[in-house]
Design a protein around this ligand. Sequence first.
Ligand code: F6R
Length: 259
Amino acid sequence: MKVLIHQTRETATECVAGLIVDRIARDPDVVLGLATGGTMEAVYDDLIARYRATGVSFAQAQSFNLDEYIGLTPDHPCSYWAYMREKFFHHVDFMPGRTHLPRGDAADPVVEAARYEAAIVAAGDIGLQLLGLGANGHIGFNEPTSSLSSLTRIKTLTQSTRDANARYFTSDDDVPRLAITMGIGTIMRAQDIVLLAFGANKSRIVAQMIEGPVSAACPASILQMHRNVTVVLDEEAASALALRDYYELVHPRVAAPAS
Ligand code: F6R
């Protein structure tokens, strides 16, 4: 696991956007695995800025998002379809039909989950998977105690995840209780994984993910078993790491820009 500790959220975000753009430059038809949530908003802003400034193109790439709420149509303003359209897809040159999310409004979510898993396999699996980290250790919506070899399926959201995401909904009761999520086994088939986490509220779970035992109690800890994972953190998210000096010895922090 490569652990990169940045002084600020801004430089951590630039680092992640840079890794994505570098991958597209090397591999224009890469299959990207994408995430939603607050952490990713700045990454998409940065990618849009790079698209405008440098012309980096997503036209040959494909994307598969991690998850979608069950019960929300793609045009529901709180759906992850809407999030991705508004915050990323509408601003860059992805080709219609090459961006994929599960359908939260599918008549049979079990069938939809199987269809989505099969579509990822048919695309050759994910080349570069972008992940955020839930404060309870989830990746995608794989909540604690998820099978570490699970495939795309329906998960019941924990109350803490519903509380964390309530800010996107008009009332707490509107937050869906179920989601379709890529499984942990699906995520682990990705060639490369980049996880981004910010803030003191993630520091405890970041330490468990990197330095704790591999356990379904902290689903993100399975990333210790993947060969190509880069974890990008800001100072606050890194603050509970016991081996922080070691990570900074291996990958020295980028110096703060002179003011
Ligand atoms: C979103 C997702 C989640 C989030 C995680 C962190 O598609 O899969 O795992 O990445 O809940 O969310 P934020 O960034 O809002 O703290």
